[in-house]
Design a protein around this ligand. Sequence first.
Ligand code: TMP
Ligand code: ASP
Length: 235
Amino acid sequence: MKKLKKLYEGKAKIVYQTEDPSKVILEFKDEASAFDGIKRASIKGKGALNNEISSLIFQILNAKGIKTHFIRKLSEKEMLVWKADRFNVEVVVRNLSAGSFAKRYGVKEGTPFKKPLVEFFYKNDELHDPMVCQDHVELLGLAPVEFLPHMKETALKVNSVLKDLLEGKGLILVDFKLEFGTLPDGSLAVVDEISPDSMRVWDKETGEKLDKDRFRFDLGDLLEGYKKILDRIST
Ligand code: TMP
Ligand code: ASP
């Protein structure tokens, strides 16, 4: 599949048109960004790792009947996906307190939840991704509201699949972010990426943080953490 015109460039990926109007190529960049683009760095090898981890996770989800935009991995840093109309909503699922939840609600990091929590955020760096409720989504036109229940249900299914996968490999899935959109056939699908950039994963034994928090808070080598996740989930 040939890469044609660049359609969009984000902080971590570039989207290219292909000869097929219903398919696009995602190229994963070596750029790391945190705090809505305030902290940035180029980390050689990150793009390839995120592409590999994301491709693996999308394949697993597709096989479980969870619809995603993933078609196939094309090369080290590229994947082929269905072209989607992406919603401006980020769906976060949490199993333990961390990050913005710990800060906002004053719950100690690492506190487990009785059941997974699903939150919606407005995808907007300038506004620092404010949290939104269903009425905000409708009023601001961030996504078709009729999809919200399906999005929540899908996010919980993804959580259950990922949590089981990681737990079986000695890893804790703390939280993660999903994006959704509609595919050319109008169906709802998980889009974007699912990688250590968009989830928190801790080692069950040591508590070591293996995800992008390493970069956010200078906790250690980013690639080393991402490689540990990949090694565990691919064996
Ligand atoms: P948070 O605790 O900062 O709200 O993040 C929750 C999860 O969502 C965490 O796994 C990191 C991920 N995330 C993104 O993928 N993109 C973002 O812009 C933010 C803020 C979080
Ligand atoms: N993804 C966001 C950024 O790139 C925020 C974050 O992950 O901390 O700035």
